[in-house]
Design a binder for this molecule. Sequence first.
Ligand code: TMP
Length: 217
Amino acid sequence: MFITFEGPDGCGKSTQSRLMAEKLEAAGYRVVYTREPGGTDIGRKIRQIVLSNANEGMSPIAEALLYAADRAQHVFEIIGPTLKAGRVVVSDRFVDSSFAYQAVALNVGMAEVKAANDIATGGLRPDLTILLDVDPRTGISRVKKAKSKGQAEAQVDRIEARDLEYHAVVRKAYLDMAAREPDRIKVVDATSGDVASVHSKVCDIVMGFFSSKDVSK
Ligand code: TMP
């Protein structure tokens, strides 16, 4: 079982994905929690390159391919072997992030990003995706607040620093994907920022999905 959490910056996805992984473990499932970019040692180096404000001149295609390279290593080293061993993978971001942020919002193109990611992942798709939806103004102001309080990586990174218009296109791209794939992508409103109430909605969806699929522990 492969579950992913997606959403625009500041949607609370890291907190919610961690809480859900802990909940599944407490329920007796064998879970590996991971994230993109940077779920592996090699991926952490790629994360540094792709998010560094020093790399302002990066081309959109180079950016898309760096995320795909991070993902190739992630599938090779962590996601693939974990799924093969019959465990549950909970990942904070996966291919849908590249569709929203690079294919649509940076105009790299859906077919191009899909082709690169099919090579990177062998066509692997999540069984279930939780999309935490937030409007960009709320999301980005949350990111800035967390960073100023030292709750996250020190600076607003190269992607977060893009304008609200870019983040609004990312959000719409996600909602369009959810409309196209309603069985896989479940949208949860994360505007309130109330961790407990969002967690409870996420839990209902994930636990309901696990019982419907009779996932073994
Ligand atoms: P994070 O804040 O969730 O750790 O993700 C880091 C940034 O990378 C975030 O702004 C979203 C961006 N991103 C992409 O643009 N494309 C991708 O494929 C992934 C995985 C992340």
